[in-house]
Design a binder for this molecule. Sequence first.
Ligand code: FAD
Length: 306
Amino acid sequence: MVTRSALIYLSRQEGLKEFATRFRPFKKITTRFVAGETIDEAIASIRQINAEGATASFDHLNESVSSASEAEKEVRQYLRILARIDETGIRSNVSIKLTQFGLDLDPELAYKNARRIVEDSARRGNFVRVDMEGSSVTQATLDIFKRLRGEFGLNDVGIVLQSYLRRTYDDAKELLKLPARIRICKGAYMEPPEVAFPDKKDVDDNYIRVMQLLLSSGIYHGVATHDPKMISATIDFVQKQGIGKDAFEFQMLYGIRRDLQRQLARDGYNLRIYVPYGKHWYPYFMRRLAERPANIWFVMKNMLKG
Ligand SMILES: Cc1cc2nc3c(=O)[nH]c(=O)nc-3n(C[C@H](O)[C@H](O)[C@H](O)COP(=O)(O)OP(=O)(O)OC[C@H]3O[C@@H](n4cnc5c(N)ncnc54)[C@H](O)[C@@H]3O)c2cc1C
């Protein structure tokens, strides 16, 4: 737990970010979790993922931009991604973070920027997933999502909920009334006990409760996890309820538990891989280390190898 807090703290340190992104050996190791720095590298990874029977979700790494012009660059990057998905015929949707479009600066700007992406994506018949970030922006993210969902269809835009948050079960019930397509995940940020369950067992129990609520709704949702216990609980539940394999999808992160990824695809489950790419990989990479401190040994071993 201490290691996790420390790594999440480090993920927010600008000075370290500067250092790490310039330090070559460190950069090399990130390829385990990040699909490269350019769209073309991400497309090559997605082709491979598609060939192995899974779909993908593009994530351009760059959270918490600090100016409207930076947010504008992000919008253009996503419009390019959507165009390239069409040109190349890869099977992928996109995931966006609202802080990337200016949420910390001005929620109205973030809404307008996100709207441009959803509009372009809907015109192309694609789908935009709004990622969920730290609890300081949960409500603002849900508010913007609800506005977008009011203007676009169920299959145009979806949202993410995190089972570590105490509010999530109620949020899921509310969102299902819209209705909305939801990705359930455990949550990757450091949160205080007032808003998030401090014990893993409670996070897991809540995950299963929310997963069951979602999968009973008849709407196509995403079950995002690498946890074999959450995966078995999902498979048991759908089998008992007679819910078809094509009624939902499992989702996993690029490079994590590839053994499980292959297994699920082989067993005929829909599987989507979240594919992050871009120069600003540092906070994302540090959160992946925080989830599994054993990954630090992987990093150190590879750094020593040079
Ligand atoms: C597709 C997808 C989208 C996501 N989107 C969001 C989002 O929008 N907002 C958000 O807050 N979080 C998001 N997350 C991250 C998520 O919240 C968790 O932090 C992350 O998935 C780890 O939780 P877990 O369910 O895998 O279970 P855990 O209990 O953390 O891990 C279970 C097992 O999975 C494996 N594992 C997990 N993480 C790692 C790792 N980093 N390296 C190696 N092995 C690992 C290990 O075998 C571990 O024992 C997303 C995750 C996925 C898969």
